[in-house]
Structures are given as structure tokens and as C-alpha cells.
Design a protein around this ligand. Structure first.
Ligand code: GTP
Ligand code: SPV
Ligand code: MN
Length: 645
């Protein structure tokens, strides 16, 4: 649409009347109510404890997007001068806009329509082969003081980083359209949500942001009311890995990302805003921004409890968030609130409350099949944007882990040749609206969030970490979280399968010094009169032949059942030096096909391995020097002496 016509015909430089007429480009103008949004009315509406001023109907409809927030407009202008785009498109977030952009990308050959009989409404995007994952080595936290970024982050002086990025951004959007993407992370009417604007020259990014966030006019209106927003500037540049940087300026609520169009590098609402910037904001405001799924479990008695679980990238969050109870555990129901990020707030009732800032899933494709996760498998068979999967001869999406169909074209668009590696990229992803999840929880829209009964940390470890253990209390739980280690995965560029420390699954995502972060965790815990229990799990233990000892997926519910029963004081455990473990009889193993020997291995703590583990944890924590809370060393000393005793 606007691409060939100079400035965007929709909003750029035009006022009230034309703003509505211009909707003709997308089909008939719609009233807010017809767009599935709340009807607008004058006055104030009370939503729980939050009072939201609503604008009058007429003013709302006739204000063009650039007029809504002068701050955003001024910033867009300054970016326009720097990047020199051919056109500017303010995104309103309508379904028509998404349709138009999708057809444009199809016309340009950047998106491929998948077989509509099998994958209706689905498209394939192939990224540049050098741009298939996050780039932690090119990701920086730019705080005035280097120590504030901590040993856990790459650091650059903010002035130097801005200068470097200005050079990259200068003129980078010539012959491209600049998209202004206003978004809200979290339910649009929640006081816990936060807004941002991403400026990008990638329409693929816009389509993803439209699914992953509450994107468009309501977000811009909220920004105008609040007067504050995170500024994310993004350009795909030339996709040159040598001219690629993801910079964060927490003090300025700013993000600058250049040279990648991929996921966490480019969808700035996700890791850059909702984790790195938000974790920094959360520290100053008394809450936590975490790399956690949020899931509701209803037991056969009808009680529902919510858990928030932090596992590193590609270590099972999406799968656990939409778990299907095995047939041998009748009566359980699962409700997904979130699959990747949780914002946790201490509530007035002394409990911890969670919202999911996202509205879609950017999930790992390989391994998704009807046996591992029928919900996910069904969810991505319509209206899904696939990135870097393979194709069958019949133009259906294909990936490793499917037992049906076979690949004809690999993720790079070449005829499939097994000698060249997997057909789908191991980090191929789906982008899909959360509402398409068969286990979608309507509490995802609750402005207050959901109360959390238990926090669960986990890693991918072939040895050492048992299937599950319980922290002794919150302080010990902070040590357990800080001690998470996991084998690296394809979600980041670099070596796969090497164990590294990944505290709270936040190693790539904490926007400040981990020492300060752990202190903040301790401070938040001290405010909670009804803190959640804290647990550690490991679904990835292997036997001598490299086979998984635990069946995982739906069967993980057995472990979560034990966790919830522990929180309710309904089931036993045995004390070990590292925390409390279930005895075999404490886990529901009815209908479970795991040998007694495997069960024993899964539920044991090897003192020799754990002595080594504790000494490695100590070495790791000591890097944080004076920023490391003394309580954490006390906790570690406690574990060490229990192991020695
Ligand atoms: P990010 O989106 O990168 O943050 O990942 P995630 O934590 O949501 O990981 P996801 O659930 O997508 O799982 C990643 C990979 O682990 C997939 O290939 C899954 O099939 C596999 N996986 C998930 N859960 C289990 C499990 O319980 N056992 C085993 N063996 N594999 C699992
Ligand atoms: C992760 O790597 O943890 C993801 C995918 O969730 S990305 O959005 O690319 O960060
Ligand atoms: Mn993630």
C-alpha cells in the first residue's frame, strides 16, 4: 500500500477528516466497538481499584495517530531526520492493517503462503541464514556506571554507544518505510502494564509485534495519558553480523537495535523491554520482571492455583504452560496465562501477583507434535507466522519431531539434503496469538493478574540436578534460583549443549548487576507475608546411553502436583542438604512408565557431585564481590556444611 507512494497516505501529515477517510485503504472505517474494542463513553469507569479516564467518542475517532502524543511525534520526527525513510506508517493495530501488511510481504516475496487446506492463514518467513537467533555477545547494557551493569552483562558507556548507533542508523531507512509501533505490554487497562513505541523498518517485525503485544491506537492513547514510554529504535540495517548491536539504556528507558530482524533482537517489546528495561524499572518500583511462564492448575477437587516457572531459553516454558494432563491423571485442568515473561508484584494481601505482559507466543517449533503437546500442535495449524521451518512437497510446514510428512525444502529454501543438517532450523519459531491456545486462560486479561502459589526454577541438565526439590524458605529459594545452571540451546548464537550458570533463567535478560538483582529478590520476599514456595526442577536428566530418564511434557504434572500439595501441607518430603525432595511414595506414579531404578536416580542427591557443584556456585557468586548479598553466602555456607555433615 503506502510503500510506493512517498509518505504514508494514512496518517502522515494529515488531519482529522482524512484520517478516517484513509481507512478506505483498509476497507470501511470501523467504529471502535466493531474493532472488538470497548465502546467509548464519557466519564470514568472503575475497574477494580484502577480508574481509567475515557475520552469522548468523537475526539477519539478523529484524532490522527501523530496528533495523539506530541512526545511520540517529536521523537518520530527526530528519528526521521536521522534515518531518512521514504515513508512513515503509524500503526493503528487494526486487523485490516495486518491484512494489508501481510499481502504486501507476500507480494514482495518476503512471506510465503502455506498450503491453505492444511495450514489456513499461515505464512512462512525465512530469515537471513546469519540471523537466526539472539546475539548475547552483541547485546549491551549501557549504564553510566559500569558496575551497575555487572559481570552478567556486556557494558558500553552510554555516550559512546549512542554515537556508535547514530553512525549505524544515519540514513539507514532510505528507500524504506519507517513504521511507528505503539504497544502496551500487559492488559491495556492494567495499572501493572507498561507502554513503549518501537520504530522499525521491518514490516515482519510489525506483524510479529501485532501478535505479541497490544499494539496500536489504544496503546498510543495510554502513552499520551501517562506521558512516559520506552523508546525502541530498530533497523534491520544490512543484516551484517559485523554491524549488529542490541543496546539498552535503562536510565533513559531506551533501546537501540541494529542489524538483525530476529525475535529477541528485533521485537523490542519482548526481551529488550519486558525483561531488560522492565527488570531495571521493577527494581526501582518494587516488583520483579522475570523470564517465567504463568500457568493455572485446577486439581480434581476444583481448586485452581497459579505457578510461575523460570527455565532458560528453549528449556520447556511454552510446553509446561500449555501442558496436557496425561490420561492417568483424570480431573486436572490446565490454564495458560503466559509462556515466557511474568511481571510479579507484591499484592496488598501479602501474596505475589503475576501478569503476562505479552499477548502471543514466539515459540520453539521443533519437537512440537501431537504426542508431546497436542495443544501446541493444534494451535499452530492456523493463522500462524512460521520463521525458518522446512516445507513438504505439498507446501506444508515441516520440522524435526514430526512423525508425519517429510521435508522437501529446507529452512533456507534449498532442496532438503540431510547432509546439510536439520530441515527446519533448531531455533525455528512460531508466532501465534495467545487466544488461539486451546488452554488460554481468560485471567490473562485480568488487570490485577493472578496470585502465585509457587515459583519454580529449572535448568536443562543431564546430571547433578534431581527431578525436583523444594527450597527451605524464600532466602534459600533465592540461592536456588541464583544457582540455576543449564545446557545452552539454539536460542542464542553460539555453542549448544555446554552447561553455564543462568541465574533465574535471566543471564541474558537482567538489565542490571545480578548482585543488586538478588538483593532486590530478597527485599521483595521480605515484603511478602504469604510468599510462594520455591522449587527447582529438571526434566532433562539422562541415563548412560543419553536417553531422558523422565518422560517429561504432560507427565511433568505429577511433579507440579507434588509442588502444590507441598504448598498446601498435604504431602511428605525428605530433607537433603540441598533442600526437600519427594520420597518415591510422595509422587503420584499411577500409570507412569518409569523404572524404579530411573526413579531412584531422578530423586537422589549425589554428595560428591553436589560438593563440586557448591564450589562452582561459590566461584560464580564471588564474581559479584561487594554487590553479592551476604545472605546468599550464608545460605551457600549452610548447604555446604549440610553436605559435609
Ligand atoms: P523460549 O521460547 O526460548 O524461552 O523457550 P521455552 O522455555 O518456552 O521452551 P519450549 O517449551 O519451547 O521447549 C524447547 C524444547 O524443549 C522443545 O524442543 C521441546 O520439545 C523440548 N521440551 C519441552 N519440555 C520438555 C520436557 O518436559 N522434556 C523434554 N525431554 N523436552 C522438552
Ligand atoms: C528466548 O530466547 O528466550 C526466546 C526467544 O523466548 S527470543 O524472542 O528470540 O528471545
Ligand atoms: Mn524466552
Amino acid at each position: 500500500m503506502e510503500q510506493n507512494e512517498g509518505y504514508c497516505p494514512i496518517y502522515e501529515g494529515i488531519l482529522a477528516g482524512p484520517a478516517i477517510i484513509s481507512h478506505a485503504a483498509h476497507g470501511p472505517p470501523k467504529l471502535a466497538a466493531q474493532c472488538g474494542k470497548r465502546p467509548r463513553m464519557k466519564g470514568r469507569v472503575h475497574l477494580n481499584n484502577y480508574e481509567e479516564p475515557w475520552m469522548a467518542t468523537a475526539a477519539h475517532l478523529i484524532t490522527s495517530l501523530p496528533q495523539i502524543s506530541p512526545d511520540v511525534a517529536a521523537w518520530v520526527n527526530s528519528v526521521r531526520e536521522l534515518t531518512q525513510p521514504r515513508a512513515i506508517h503509524w500503526c493503528d493495530g487494526s486487523a485490516a492493517e495486518v491484512r494489508e501488511l501481510t499481502s504486501k510481504l507476500v507480494r514482495d516475496g518476503e512471506l510465503q503462503i502455506l498450503n491453505p487446506d492444511v495450514f489456513p492463514g499461515c505464512h512462512l518467513s525465512r530469515s537471513d541464514p546469519s540471523d537466526v537467533a539472539r546475539v548475547e555477545h552483541l547485546t549491551y547494557i549501557c549504564t553510566p556506571n559500569k558496575e551497575d551493569a555487572g559481570p552478567n552483562n556486556n557494558w558500553m558507556d552510554p555516550a559512546q554507544a549512542h554515537a556508535k548507533m547514530r553512525d549505524l542508523f544515519r540514513g539507514c531507512m532510505k528507500n524504506r518505510t519507517l513504521y511507528v509501533v505503539p504497544y502496551c505490554m500487559g492488559p491495556i487497562n492494567s495499572p501493572l502494564s507498561r507502554c513503549g513505541v518501537e520504530i522499525t523498518d521491518s514490516p515482519y517485525v510489525v506483524l510479529n509485534m501485532a501478535i505479541m503485544t497490544r499494539m496500536g491506537r489504544p496503546a498510543l492513547e495510554r502513552i499520551a495519558r501517562e506521558g512516559t514510554f520506552v523508546r525502541g529504535l530498530h533497523s534491520i540495517g544490512e543484516l551484517d553480523p559485523n554491524r549488529r548491536f542490541i543496546m539498552h539504556f535503562p536510565h533513559e528507558l531506551g533501546i537501540e537495535s541494529f542489524g538483525s530482524g530476529y525475535g529477541g533482537n528485533a521485537l523490542l517489546g519482548k526481551k529488550c523491554h519486558a525483561l531488560r528495561i522492565a527488570s531495571w524499572q521493577a527494581r526501582t518500583e518494587g516488583w520483579l520482571a522475570e523470564h517465567m511462564l504463568i500457568v493455572g492448575l485446577q486439581n480434581p477437587q476444583g481448586e485452581t492455583h497459579y505457578l510461575a516457572c523460570a527455565f532458560p531459553s528453549a528449556c520447556g516454558k511454552t510446553n509446561l504452560a500449555m501442558l496436557i494432563p496425561p490420561g492417568s491423571l483424570p480431573g486436572w485442568k490446565v490454564f495458560t496465562v503466559g509462556d515466557d515473561i511474568a511481571w510479579l508484584h507484591p499484592g496488598a494481601d501479602g501474596r505475589l501477583w503475576a501478569i503476562n505482559p505479552e499477548s502471543g507466543y514466539f515459540g520453539v517449533v521443533p519437537g512440537t507434535n501431537p504426542e508431546t503437546n497436542r495443544n501446541a500442535y493444534n494451535m499452530i495449524r492456523r493463522d500462524t507466522l512460521f520463521t525458518n521451518v522446512a516445507l513438504t512437497a505439498n507446501n506444508e510446514a515441516w520440522w524435526e519431531g514430526l512423525s508425519t510428512g517429510k521435508p522437501a525444502i529446507d529452512w533456507q529454501g534449498r532442496p532438503y539434503d540431510p547432509a546439510r543438517g536439520p530441515a527446519a532450523h533448531p531455533n525455528s519459531r512460531f508466532t501465534v496469538a495467545a487466544r488461539q491456545n486451546p488452554s488460554y486462560s481468560h485471567r490473562s486479561e485480568d488487570p490485577q493478574g493472578v496470585p502465585i502459589t509457587a515459583l519454580v526454577f529449572g535448568g536443562r541438565r543431564r546430571e547433578v540436578a534431581p527431578l525436583v526439590y523444594e527450597a527451605r524458605d524464600w532466602k534459600h529459594g533465592v540461592l536456588v534460583g541464583a544457582s540455576v545452571a543449564s545446557e545452552t540451546t539454539a536460542a542464542n548464537v553460539g555453542q549448544v549443549g555446554v552447561v553455564r550458570r543462568d541465574p533465574m533463567a535471566m543471564q541474558p535478560f537482567c538489565g542490571y548487576n545480578f548482585g543488586d538483582y538478588w538483593q532486590h529478590w530478597l527485599d521483595v520476599g521480605a515484603k511478602l507475608t504469604r510468599p510462594p514456595g520455591i522449587y527447582h526442577v529438571n526434566w532433562f536428566r539422562r541415563d548412560a546411553d543419553g536417553k531422558f530418564l523422565w518422560p517429561g511434557y504432560g507427565e511433568n504434572l505429577r511433579v507440579l502436583e507434588w509442588v502444590l500439595n507441598r504448598c498446601a501441607g498435604r504431602v511428605g518430603a525428605t530433607e537433603t542438604p540441598i533442600g526437600r525432595l519427594p520420597r518415591p511414595e510422595d509422587l503420584n506414579t499411577q500409570g507412569l512408565n518409569v523404572s524404579p531404578d530411573a526413579m531412584k536416580a531422578l530423586l537422589s542427591v549425589d554428595p560428591a557431585l553436589w560438593k563440586k557443584e557448591v564450589s562452582e556456585i561459590r566461584t560464580y557468586l564471588e564474581q559479584y564481590g561487594s554487590r553479592l548479598p551476604a545472605e546468599m553466602l550464608q545460605e551457600l555456607n549452610g548447604t555446604q556444611s549440610r553436605l559435609a555433615g
